[in-house]
Design a protein around this ligand. Structure first.
Ligand SMILES: [Zn+2]
Length: 326
């Protein structure tokens, strides 16, 4: 892989590559962006590029250094992950200790701190000290989904790099080349920005099952069929996979109702359930705009409840009943 192989992050790759070319490397970076947009992949490629034996502004991917880093087997490239829920001061101290040893095989020591916002106050202060007295040549890369949760004193010592959201259509383009069905990719890409996760969904039978169940359930709900209530116990919660990924199941339902909206407003190009236009159209005929908005709000409410560990059976039953009220 190279910096430019990270899906949808060409702008970031160009920025980093330019810095390498002009030898303007910051002591510390914050890679900020949502889950799955490629922050850690980019950090890995950047670590390779910084230490590549043959290339000056990207990773060659074949030299000894690139290979070792790719296998997480390079003595000067260290990854720090939360130990439990937080990154502890001992973990940062270990980095400081490491940085005193003379590096033998590389241009730059690279420390990549994942979920950097989970650093404890002491860990953050310790890192701050480390950043204030840079042991050149060291590069620290902080990865975070919530840059605002980092100490402002840390942020101000780092070069901020904001990662872009991944355009689902970009994902479609990439994955259809690999032989996946366009409509499957489109739907999965609306559930996660992580291309590996999208691919895993497409490979799993459960994703297709989940989609079919969402559509059938919506039909039962919209026709006020009692089966809509039975389905919760018999199909949704009895399926271990759906039970585990219930928020995703709810997201699929949410996308379905958004599509009813797209259908009503004749924005068919925005539909993500491609191939189900007939079913969508049928449901769109019987529901008024304001009622549709209310339904979407009810589903969003259940999503919050599930996230707050409300009993799923109760929450889903309540959802069906409240959808029937309209
Ligand atoms: Zn290389």
């Amino acid at each position: 892989m190279s910096l430019f192989d990270i899906l949808g992050q060409k702008r970031v790759a160009e920025m980093l590559s330019k810095g390498l070319k002009n030898r303007r490397i910051a002591h510390a970076y914050v890679f900020a962006g949502s889950k799955g947009v490629g922050k850690s992949k980019m950090a890995l490629e950047f670590a390779k590029a910084l230490n590549c034996h043959t290339n000056t502004h990207d990773a060659c991917d074949t030299c000894k250094s690139c290979t070792r880093i790719a296998h997480y087997n390079h003595q000067d490239v260290k990854w720090v992950k939360p130990d439990g829920y937080t990154i502890k001061i001992e973990q940062i101290r270990q980095l400081q200790k490491d940085s005193h040893y003379k590096s033998t095989e590389s241009n730059y020591r690279v420390y990549i701190i994942e979920h950097a916002e989970t650093m404890t106050q002491q860990a953050a202060n310790s890192l701050l000290k480390f950043l204030e007295e840079p042991q050149s040549p060291t590069v620290v890369i902080l990865l975070t989904e919530n840059a605002h949760q980092l100490l402002s004193t840390i942020r101000s010592r780092c070069q901020m790099i904001h990662f872009s959201h991944i355009d689902p259509y970009h994902m479609v383009e990439t994955l259809t080349i690999k032989g996946y069905e366009e409509r499957d990719v489109l739907l999965a890409a609306h559930l996660t920005e992580d291309i590996d996760e999208v691919q895993a969904l497409l490979e799993s039978e459960q994703f297709a099952n989940m989609r079919a169940l969402v559509i059938k359930w919506s039909e039962d709900i919209e026709s006020h069929h009692m089966q809509a209530l039975y389905t919760i116990d018999e199909k949704i919660l009895k399926n271990d996979y759906i039970k585990e990924y219930l928020p995703r199941f709810i997201d699929l339902l949410l996308l379905w109702y958004h599509d009813i909206f797209h259908m009503k407003w004749e924005k068919t190009e925005a539909i993500v359930y491609k191939g189900y236009e007939q079913v969508l159209n049928k449901q769109a005929l019987y529901v008024a705009d304001d009622e549709l908005i209310r339904r979407i709000e009810e589903i969003l409410h259940v999503k919050k409840q599930i996230a707050a560990y409300v009993n799923p059976q109760l929450a889903l039953e309540q959802l069906v009943l409240s959808l029937w009220e309209g």
